[in-house]
Design a protein around this ligand. Structure first.
Ligand code: UD1
Ligand code: CA
Length: 502
């Protein structure tokens, strides 16, 4: 027998969430890179349901905009001014096909850790037992605030009583209603029509369906879960942080079980959609966000933040920030690098310390190692960009693009005033302010020629320590130039200055 699928999942998200003290609707707050309601929708989809629906009211348009973008096939239902979870579900049913039969699941938009597998198990157990209602329950040490599960003498669920309506004896019960249920669709519709608002909160309670369902003679069962996090809702920002940390712990654990080394899961934050290849190591203080993908055998961190960024196999990224960037296989980035959108670093390329890039296509094996701004530029494979090079891409009005050819060499402290093209294999002398193109094999020297003025310090800085040092150096040079018997002539002292730098 194939696993039974629910006909619909109704996700309740019409409530206000005042304890968040936020201008943002509660269900649009995020953990793990996804809105709370987004997590709920994902679990609902994973149940295999034919229809997934969200019931909205508070900040309706903002919530609808977000959920519809996330999942265009969602059914949206509007709750009217009648309050309560029962009314929310009634409005939800009204927006689904009138002839809907089978199992309807109800979940909450502010319960983000509920797993799709739990809904699959709930549906299977509910269907196989032929139940009218299956309510997901949990045993809590402190059940304050929750609806309590009241069982009869035989141990089956008799009714649910809200904390505010409960007697002292009932408040002593520790089995709580999670608010997640499976219902027979037809029974749910009929029972809700009979639920009133005569209770402490003057609301139409969904929980009242349980007692009514018992009259049908079909089983009303409790589906007890041990993993309490899955039923936990977010009411304030303290719970938001607690659930966010637990979600992250679970995500890190999944990656570790799949072959990723995470040195310090407590300081590593990984969004739910991130993928990481085997034998990659993630070092402390790292955040992998959005749709980031990391290949195998890479080393990421410490202190790296990657958002919607792709990293190839074997790459190493240290103390860097990247957003919408692509880092090629075997490439190295950092420390202290800032990769802005449109950065593409080729295989085995390098972006080094204090380098900022934006719309920069840097070819395989090309190097931008130190202190550079590279914006709106194409850099060919194997090219080398010297320390302190700035691509001046903005003239105050427009942005311009420059191209540096394959195996070209740009000397240190050059300003490339875009747009210019440096051809394959061309050189630019250090300290240039480059304003024109350079052809293959040429070197461009775009700076003032050096002019040394003899005796300037003696005249203009007479009496200073500089003047004294210069005089002493001159005297020593003169003495060294006079050969004596004891001290043979040394080499020309300038040769050491002109020799190769390391
Ligand atoms: C509800 C249950 C309670 C259970 C608890 C679990 C009822 C009457 N009580 O209580 O037994 O222990 O959840 O957390 O069902 N919502 C709407 N429309 C409304 C009211 C609520 O969509 O008119 C949504 C909220 O957005 C939220 C969910 O339903 O996602 C629960 O609402 P909430 O007010 O938190 O219910 P509780 O009083 O906590
Ligand atoms: Ca609640």
């Amino acid at each position: 027998m194939s696993t039974p699928r629910p006909a619909a999942v109704i996700v309740l998200a019409a409530g206000e969430g005042t304890r968040m003290r936020s201008a943002t609707p509660k269900v649009l707050h995020r953990i793990g890179g996804q809105t709370l309601v987004g997590h709920a929708i994902r679990a609902a989809r994973a149940s295999g349901a034919e229809h997934v629906e969200v019931v909205v009211r508070h900040e309706r348009d903002r919530v609808v905009e977000v959920v519809s973008a996330l999942d265009p096939a969602l059914v949206i239902a509007d709750q009217d001014e009648v309050k309560g979870t029962g009314r929310a579900v009634e409005c939800g049913l009204d927006a689904l096909p009138a002839d809907l039969t089978g199992t309807v699941l109800v979940t909450y938009g502010d319960v983000p850790l509920l797993a799709g597998e739990t809904l699959v198990a709930l549906t299977a157990a509910h269907t196989e037992s032929g139940s009218a209602v299956s309510v997901v329950t949990a045993h809590l040490a402190d059940p304050t605030g929750y609806g309590r599960i009241v069982r009869d003498d035989t141990g089956s669920v008799a009714r649910i009583v809200e904390h505010k309506d409960a007697s002292d004896d009932e408040r002593a019960l520790t089995e709580i209603n999670s608010g997640i249920y499976a219902f027979d669709a037809a029974l749910l519709r009929e029972a809700l029509a009979r639920v009133g608002t005569d209770n402490a909160q003057g609301e139409k309670y969904l929980t009242d369906v349980v007692a009514i369902a018992r009259e049908s003679g079909r089983p009303v069962r409790a589906h007890v879960v041990d993993d309490l996090w899955q039923t936990e809702g977010v009411n304030d920002r303290v719970q938001l942080a607690a659930l966010g940390r637990e979600l992250n712990r679970r995500v890190c654990e999944q990656h570790m079980r799949a072959g990723v080394t995470i040195v310090d899961p407590a300081t590593t934050w990984i969004d739910v959609d991130v993928s990481i290849g085997p034998d990659t190591t993630v070092l402390p203080g790292t955040q992998l966000l959005g749709a980031t993908t990391i290949g195998a055998d890479a080393v990421i961190g410490p202190e790296v933040t990657l958002t919607d960024t792709e990293v190839g196999d074997g790459a190493e990224v240290t103390r860097a920030v990247a957003h919408l960037a692509v880092i090629g296989a075997g490439a190295t980035v950092g420390p202290y690098s800032y990769l802005r959108p449109g950065t593409r670093l080729g295989a085995k390329g390098k972006i080094g310390g204090f380098v900022e890039t934006k719309n920069a296509d840097i070819g395989d094996g090309a190097k931008v190692p130190h202190l550079t701004y590279a914006g709106d530029v194409t850099i060919g494979e194997g090219a080398n960009i010297g320390a302190g090079t700035i691509f001046a891409n903005y003239d105050g009005v427009d942005k311009h693009h420059s191209t540096i050819g394959k195996h070209a060499f740009v000397g240190s402290h050059t300003v490339v005033v875009s747009p210019v093209t440096v051809a394959d294999g061309a050189y630019v002398a250090a300290g240039s302010a480059l304003v024109g193109d350079v052809d293959p094999g040429q070197i461009a020297v775009a700076r003032g020629r050096q002019r040394n003025v003899d005796g300037w310090v003696e005249r203009a800085r007479a009496g200073t320590r500089s003047a004294a040092a210069a005089a002493a150096a001159k005297a020593a040079a003169t003495a060294a130039a006079e050969p004596t018997e004891d001290s043979p002539t040394t080499d020309d002292p300038t040769s050491a200055v002109e020799g190769d730098h390391p």
